[in-house]
Write a protein that binds this ligand. Structure first.
Ligand code: SAM
Ligand code: SF4
Length: 347
């Protein structure tokens, strides 16, 4: 297992309409940019990382603060991106995260900057991150049972994550959303997790586990489905279907005990939403990806470092997205997971 070597040359623009935005052959337009900034992580969630962590990206292959800011600004100003989310690995593992945020925020004050984090250590940085321009956080938390957390993440850090969530709210990073991956080991604690999130005024969203784990343990027959979760939560709470906030939002929402609080379910596997996908992705080592599940990548780092100007970078980006496929085939017999795992792409 390692960082893949899959690379493609310059993407074809054949048949592409003359438009600046990131349109693909199926008429989808990418407006939501996910930027992974590191492969390092403070946890080792079994559904994501191997026990020993991902192979380190050599320092000179990691995008610098200036390169990240340049690409984010380009995506917004020339390619129609409207939302930017930093992820990883664990974004808090980068000490220059505040600089990345401040650089983007100074150039793009109207664009919402968000981060997906495991929350470890967030307690000490939430205020500084908010001051640097971070607007929102999603914190990943799968269970509020200390032993269950330690087993799933291979680290005993539940207290730090909970403190991080509280600190994020106190710093005004609202709304704090909590992401939980649906795993058989933690399913019986799902109602306790929801109760905790309701008490902390965080919006909880469950995500079906995807075949992106480094240990390749994922099995369709064994995964917990959205339907199973609804049964478990339904035993403690009254859930009323509330639909989606907008058609491209992946989470389907349920009102909890009549509302206004809601719980979301992102049924990535059993209710595929590739038709409305509006994501474009940049990895920590500077590769463009149009889909979590496709191994097709375009090397923006090499382009930047060999002197490409913004117009050339924009052309590569448009071509990468123009060639985006229709969607993943997780349910197909011949499905092959991508070479990069979740931690190496950025969820
Ligand atoms: N370290 C940060 C975190 O955990 O939030 C950011 C990176 S993590 C890869 C982003 C999100 O992907 C997290 O919410 C995590 O739970 C989710 N994730 C990781 N592996 C997954 C998998 N196999 N299936 C579904 N979601 C997964
Ligand atoms: Fe780290 Fe996030 Fe992957 Fe867990 S899900 S191992 S916290 S990158």
């Amino acid at each position: 297992m390692g960082i893949p070597t899959v690379r493609s040359g310059r993407p074809s623009l054949d048949g592409r309409p003359d438009t600046p935005v990131l349109i693909d052959r199926f008429g989808r337009v990418a407006r939501d940019l996910r930027v992974s900034i590191t492969e390092k992580c403070s946890l080792r969630c079994t559904y994501c990382m191997p026990e020993e962590g991902l192979p380190p990206i050599p320092k000179d292959e990691l995008l610098t603060v200036e390169e990240i800011v340049r690409l984010v600004v380009l995506a917004v100003e020339q390619l129609g991106v409207r939302e930017v989310r930093f992820t990883g690995g664990e974004p808090l593992m980068r000490r220059d995260l505040e600089q990345i945020l401040a650089g983007c925020h100074a150039r793009l004050p109207d664009i919402p900057l968000a981060m997906t984090t495991n929350g470890v250590g967030l307690e000490h940085r939430a205020r500084g991150l908010a001051a640097a321009g971070l607007g929102r956080v999603n914190v990943s938390l799968d269970t509020v049972d200390r032993d269950g957390f330690a087993k799933l993440t291979r680290r005993d850090r539940l207290g730090s994550v909970q403190a991080g969530i509280r600190a994020a709210r106190a710093a005004g990073l609202a709304p704090v959303k909590v992401n939980a991956v649906l795993m058989r080991e933690t399913l019986s604690g799902a109602a306790d997790l929801l109760a905790w999130c309701l008490a902390e005024e965080c919006e909880l969203r469950f995500i079906e586990e995807m075949p992106l784990d480094a240990d390749h343990e994922w099995a369709r027959a064994n995964m917990v489905t959205a339907a199973e979760l609804l049964d478990v939560l339904g035993a403690r709470f009254t859930l009323t279907e509330a639909g989606r906030s907008d058609p491209s939002a992946p989470a389907e929402k349920w009102l909890v005990d009549g509302g206004p609080a809601t719980v979301g379910i992102i049924a990535t596997v059993t209710r595929k939403f590739c038709d409305t996908c509006d994501r474009t992705r940049l990895t920590a080592d500077g590769m463009l990806r149009s889909c979590l599940f496709s191994d097709q990548e375009f090397d923006l780092r090499e382009a930047i470092r060999s002197g490409a100007d913004d117009a050339e970078l924009a052309t590569i980006w448009r071509g990468a997205m123009w060639n985006k496929w229709a969607g993943h085939g997780i349910d197909a017999e011949d499905f092959v997971p991508p070479e990069r795992t979740m931690g190496a792409i950025g969820g």
